[in-house]
Structures are given as structure tokens and as C-alpha cells.
Design a protein around this ligand. Structure first.
Ligand code: SF4
Length: 434
């Protein structure tokens, strides 16, 4: 059987999408391709974004390949599953374009993981995969769908949902390899600011993961249905994948781990390699000697969620942070002595005084640490915050969350072109999809 794995050429016009808009390596498809081939099938990744393919271009490649299965993701790379664009317009357009040449149509991504029936209806696919997708895709070719967990399929008006979202074992996934052409085209260095973001790059960038999931349960974090439980890849596999990228000329890697935890063994191995990298983590988990080692290992970018400047605010967000604000501040300032760019993120939780926030940001900036202005949160379906507001996500969850966000947080004095739109204006109507 042949699988075409499509990453759309994303466009976020009218979206509240908060993630990065540059192309990144589609890690979920890298693993999927490897496991599909291991199961004796064939797979090709058609990355519309990295290759800058329009709908005709994607359709032509699918038609030429003549797959039995065509898979379309609803978020640009695993890196952004927790902050995916709420709307399904772009995957809808791709599925519509390949519908008569793609064979069995499959959707993967955060939308189907959280609201499988809604994604099934909106996308017009034959099956939706819920949760982490790489282990399940080969099974679609080999097993009766009734026996496969974590999929949604069947009658259009009343599809069957087999269990809840799937979590891959992950620890046994192989080291990924990417075509030279892809790596060469990957100019983007994700979340890197120690060099001019718009200037020339010393070499290509890349993304990979050393771990997946996170043991914490912050109220705003949409990871309940994928990438939830913490799992760590074996070091030899991580290094094999990294060394392949380095051999291809990659100069900077972003580790997409939800929470890059202190790991002396990994950091010591990175010290020996001429690679720079960026991470997202919690600064309260790093002691000073490990931060020093992190810098020596090549880390040039830390993004750390502080979220609120009061213990009450952090508690309200279920941050489960044991440090005081003063200790967090000192730790961030210490980190900046060893890592070129350190960012502390704040959330508009309604608990922090504006003057206190400004004074704190100014103090950090004087030490070279960047702290963003507090940002309002989108209550993602699949986050505890969504459940607190409305209970478990139903088929209208994405519409409800976006309407809420637009009502409470978007300044409609903005000029029309910049105004985010509700889903009913952004997405194609479900009946148009079949
Ligand atoms: S620390 Fe909190 S925000 Fe970060 S990944 Fe874990 S649960 Fe999500």
C-alpha cells in the first residue's frame, strides 16, 4: 500500500494562530514514513509549505504517486499541535483538491484528536486518527478498522469513535533522516534571536525531539489528547538523528520537547558537537550548574513560562511552581549569563498588577532577559481551561472557544484586514467537502 503524507502550504489569513509561520520539519510524518515502510508499505511526504506548493502542485504530486491513502494534518508540525490554528480551512482546501486522486482520505492532528466527529464532518475524510499518529497509520493498511483504537470512521451522520486519543510508545521510534534538499531549504532557525532573525544564516536549521510530553498540568496547556505523558528517547537514537543533521550542514536545532528537562548525559554529548540549539522549558527546574552546562552545550535560546508574577496567579494557572517570583527572577538572570537569549513568558491571568508587570519586565531587560507583555489565552479545546469553562469538548468546541476569545480579547477597532474571523467565516461548509 502507498501513503501520501501531506503538510499543506499554510496560510493564516483571518486566523488567531499564535505559532511560528515559517516551515519546520514535519516530525510526525518523518516517524510515520519510517513506521509505514517498516510495515512493508511505501510512503512519500509532500510538504507543501517547505516546497512552496500551491493546491495544483500538491494535487499533481498526489496524482502522480497514486496513493492508496492520503493523510492530511491539521497543524503545521508536532511543534504546533498545542497551539494549532483553530480553523480547518487549509486542510479542507487540500483534501478537496486531492479528493478524487488520493485514495482513502485520512486526517491527523490536534482537531481530530480532541473533537473527532467535528473534524470528520468538516474535513470529509474517510477516517480521523485521534492522538499521536505515527504508530496508527500503518495499521490502517493492515487491520480491520473496527479493531484499531483511536480512530473515527463510518456513517457520515453518525461516525464510530474507537476509544480515546492514542499515545505512541515513542521511546522506540527510529532516528529520522531528511533529504538533503529539504535540509538545504530549511533556512529557518526557530526561536533564535542571538543573530539577526532577518539576516543571513550560518547554515540550515532543523527540529527534532529528545522527549515528548510533560508531567505538569498547567490549566492553559492543550496537551490532554496528545503529547501528554512524559517520555524520553534513548540518547544513542537522539545523537544518531542529530549527527545526521550536522553532517547535512545544520547549524542550529530546535528541540521541540514540551519541556526540555535537565539531562546531563545529553548536554555533555552536545558539548562535544558544534551545534547550537534552542529549547522551551521551566526555569524552576534548572539549578545553576545545569544552566551553565546548558550554555556550554550550545544552547542559545531559552523560552521559559513564568506566566504570573504572584504565587496566587501561578497557582490559579495550576503551574505547580515551588519557587518564589524573586527566585525565578534570579534564575532567569543567571541563565542569561550562559545562554545568549532568554525569554520569560507571561499570561494575562487577571491577577497581576500592570505596574508590577512593567517594573519586572524593565528589571529583567536591564539584565538582558526578554519578558513579553502578558498575552491573553485562547481556551484551547483539550486544555483544562476549556473544561473549566464548558466541560468536555463537543462538536462545537472550536467555534465556542474562538467566539469567546474574539468577544473577550480582540480589539475590533483594528482595521478590517487585520481582524480575526470566526470559524463560520473561515472554514468551508462541511457539505462542500464531499
Ligand atoms: S509546563 Fe505546563 S505549559 Fe509547559 S508543557 Fe507542561 S503543562 Fe504545558
Amino acid at each position: 500500500m502507498k501513503f501520501a503524507l501531506i503538510n499543506p502550504n499554510w496560510n493564516f489569513d483571518g486566523s488567531i494562530y499564535f505559532g511560528c509561520r515559517e516551515p519546520h520539519l514535519p516530525l510526525e510524518y518523518g516517524y510515520s514514513k519510517a513506521l509505514i515502510e517498516r510495515a512493508g508499505h511505501e510512503a512519500v511526504i509532500i510538504d507543501g509549505q517547505l516546497m512552496d506548493l500551491d493546491l495544483d502542485g500538491i494535487r499533481a504530486r498526489v496524482a502522480e504517486y497514486a496513493p492508496d491513502f492520503t493523510v492530511v494534518t491539521t497543524a503545521p508540525s508536532y511543534l504546533f499541535w498545542r497551539c494549532a490554528p483553530p480553523e480547518l480551512r487549509i486542510p479542507q482546501e487540500v483534501l478537496k483538491a486531492v479528493g478524487d486522486v488520493g485514495g482513502t482520505l485520512v486526517a491527523v492532528g490536534p482537531h481530530g484528536s480532541t473533537t473527532p466527529r467535528a473534524a470528520y464532518a468538516k474535513l470529509g475524510v474517510d477516517v480521523v486518527v485521534m492522538g499521536e499518529c505515527e504508530e496508527l497509520l500503518p495499521r490502517l493498511a493492515d487491520e480491520s478498522w473496527d479493531a484499531i483504537p483511536s480512530i473515527c470512521f463510518g456513517p457520515r451522520d453518525n461516525p464510530k469513535v474507537n476509544g480515546g486519543p492514542f499515545a505512541s510508545r515513542f521511546t522506540d521510534l527510529p532516528a529520522l533522516s531528511w533529504p538533503d534538499e529539504w535540509v538545504t531549504r530549511h533556512h529557518h532557525h526557530h526561536h533564535r534571536f542571538d543573530i539577526d532573525p532577518n539576516g543571513p544564516r550560518p547554515g540550515p536549521g532543523g527540529e527534532m525531539e529528545t522527549s515528548r510530553g510533560c508531567p505538569y498540568r498547567c490549566s492553559f496547556c492543550a496537551k490532554e489528547n496528545f503529547r501528554d505523558k512524559y517520555r524520553k528517547r534513548p540518547l544513542p537514537v537522539v545523537l544518531e538523528e542529530l549527527d545526521r543533521l550536522i553532517a547535512q550542514g545544520v547549524e542550529y536545532v530546535y528541540f521541540i520537547d514540551e519541556i526540555f528537562l535537565p539531562n546531563a548525559e545529553l548536554l555533555e554529548a552536545l558539548v562535544e558537537r558544534r551545534i547550537k540549539f534552542g529549547v522551551q522549558t521551566r526555569i524552576d527546574l534548572w539549578k545553576e550548574p545545569m544552566l551553565e552546562l546548558l550554555g556550554r552545550a550550545g544552547c542559545v535560546s531559552i523560552e521559559a513560562g513564568v506566566e504570573s508574577l504572584t504565587p496566587e496567579g501561578r497557582q490559579a494557572l495550576d503551574k505547580n511552581c515551588r519557587m518564589s517570583t524573586e527566585e525565578l527572577t534570579d534564575r532567569l538572570i543567571f541563565a542569561k549569563r550562559h545562554v545568549a537569549f532568554v525569554q520569560a513568558n507571561l499570561i494575562e491571568a487577571g491577577t497581576d498588577d500592570d505596574g508590577m508587570v512593567e517594573a519586572w519586565r524593565k528589571r529583567l531587560l536591564e539584565h538582558g532577559v526578554w519578558a513579553n507583555e502578558p498575552v491573553p489565552l485562547f481556551p484551547y479545546p483539550g486544555s483544562p481551561d476549556y473544561r473549566k469553562l464548558w466541560g468536555l469538548p463537543d462538536d462545537q468546541a472550536w467555534e465556542r472557544a474562538l467566539d469567546h476569545y474574539l468577544t473577550h480579547h480582540v480589539d475590533f477597532s483594528d482595521i478590517q484586514d487585520q481582524r480575526p474571523l470566526p470559524l463560520r467565516e473561515l472554514e468551508l461548509a462541511a457539505p462542500d467537502m464531499r
